[in-house]
Design a protein around this ligand. Structure first.
Ligand code: NAP
Length: 435
């Protein structure tokens, strides 16, 4: 028989609230967590120990986290017969900020991905993924020290919406009929209409605005130098092209006194020539303005490798952001160290998560790298305003890696490094917080 579904609210913990867009974080905040499937329990165990040690080292007994386990994935399915119980969604809505490990994507059963479902149900539109290199980490590029980017990936639109029509289904035939009868020119563009599956790609003005707004605000608050809008607008004019256009418009409308856009550069260039436009841009940058520029999605994969120093904050749509964040992670040690946060800056709801999957072949072996979920926690503490805790986590990871004490994924790429298990690596991080 399945257990009764209920939240075990920890005693003594208090709720995080939000007031006019500002989080109120009590000293004993209740933080929901999802342990995750596969390697989830291994990395969560190590991460939780690191988080609790960092909080204690930073604030003594003044502050403490009241963890509240909530369920999704295989554990939820075995306990409650549901891959993503409603009570889990409710917990994040009520307690606002939490963290999760990786989840298995159930095969069949109508759920495309639990992660996508969670992000959509909670309207977590900004997927924030920092990509930075720590000295000592293995890298295939000559200058991983040039890599310090933060990707803002739109999380709720694009082809991830899941509006797809499979070839051969009656719905697909109906959809093609609608297209053929109402939009014959568009229908004629389909190369093999009889055998095509079809997907839709919605990109909205509101969706683009809120994502670009979040990226620019974050860049300004964190003294970054540029925001690059990444798109394939040369081909997909009214989706990705519109994202670019709306992004520039928003930047000029809402941040006119704090940014300089390459749209402005284009206007000045048309009116007064390139030299004048360059002078205007350089003058704006010298006065500390944030540069808002754009780049086509394919060339960014080349340029973030060959000219990494030119990139800082990147704002883009769902699919581009998905590809780009894994590609960039390769430069700084791989996906075992790539953190992420899914945030709605208006409701305050945020779920931080390891960006890799459940790596089932390593499950229960206490050998994988827990850095992804640990650095996701670091982002979470910064989001909560617990800066001292976040700084200690960074210090601990920097120290452990600099001492060349690492898990197998780094070890196999390094010479003369010491191999540690997941839990030993967690202990090493804690030890180096005192360096
Ligand atoms: P994956 O679980 O990310 O694993 C792919 C490979 O990445 C592993 O075999 C391993 O490489 C490396 N890796 C991942 N995490 C690591 C860590 N912490 N430390 C060291 N190495 C790590 O991807 P997958 O095998 O494609 O997906 C497995 C399941 O996870 C699927 O059910 C998928 O749907 C799900 N998934 C969930 C999320 C999420 O919850 N956010 C994201 C992606 C996938 P080596 O084999 O080279 O050692």
């Amino acid at each position: 028989m399945m257990s009764q579904l209920r939240l075990e609210v920890p005693e003594g913990g208090e709720k995080i609230t939000i007031d006019h867009g500002k989080l109120n974080v009590p000293n004993h905040p209740i933080l929901p967590f999802i342990e995750g499937d596969g390697i989830g329990p291994d990395i969560w165990r190590a991460a939780r120990h690191v988080f609790e040690s960092a909080v204690e080292k930073a604030y003594g007994s003044t502050r403490k986290i009241a963890w509240m386990e909530v369920y999704a994935g295989e554990k939820a399915f075995h306990l409650y017969g549901s891959w993503l119980p409603e009570v889990t969604i409710q917990a994040f809505k009520e307690y606002l900020v939490g963290i999760k490990g990786p989840l298995t994507t159930p095969v069949g059963g109508g759920i495309r991905s639990l992660n996508v479902a969670l992000r959509k149900d909670l309207d977590l539109y900004a997927c924030q993924r920092p990509v930075r290199w720590f000295p000592g980490m293995p890298s295939p590029v000559k200058h991983p020290d040039y890599v310090n980017m933060v990707i803002f990936r739109e999380n709720t639109e694009d082809i991830y919406t899941g509006i797809e029509f499979e070839h051969g289904c009656p719905e697909t035939e109906l959809f093609k009929k609608l297209l053929r009868e109402n939009f014959p020119e568009e229908y004629a563009k389909i190369r093999f209409p009889e055998t095509s599956g079809i997907g839709l790609k919605p990109i909205s003005q509101e969706g683009s605005w809120r994502l670009v707004r979040a990226a620019i605000r974050w860049a300004l608050e964190n003294n970054r130098h540029s925001v690059t809008l990444v798109h394939k607008g040369n081909i997909m004019k009214y989706t990705e092209g519109s994202f670019r256009k709306w992004g520039y418009e928003l930047a000029e409308k809402e941040f006119s006194d704090r940014v300089y856009t390459m749209m402005q550069w284009d206007r000045t260039c048309d009116a007064k020539g390139e030299e004048a436009a360059n002078a205007e841009r350089d003058e704006a940058i010298s006065r500390g303005k944030l540069l808002v520029k754009d780049l086509i999605a394919d060339i960014i994969f080349e340029q973030t490798i060959t000219q990494a120093r030119n990139f800082d904050v990147i704002a883009t749509m769902n699919l581009n952001g998905d590809y780009l964040s894994d590609a960039l992670a390769a430069q700084i040690g791989g996906i075992g160290i790539a953190p992420g946060g899914n945030i709605n800056y208006e409701t305050g709801i945020a779920v931080f998560e390891a960006t890799h999957g459940t790596a089932p072949k390593y499950a229960g072996k206490n050998m994988v790298n827990p850095s992804s979920v640990i650095l996701s926690g670091e982002m979470m503490f910064r989001y909560l305003g617990w800066r001292e805790t976040a700084d200690l986590i960074i210090k601990g990871i920097e120290g452990a890696v600099a001492a060349r004490t690492v898990t197998f994924d780094f070890h196999r790429q390094m010479e003369d490094a010491t191999l540690l298990s997941t839990s030993e690596f967690g202990e090493a991080i804690i030890k180096h917080m005192d360096d």
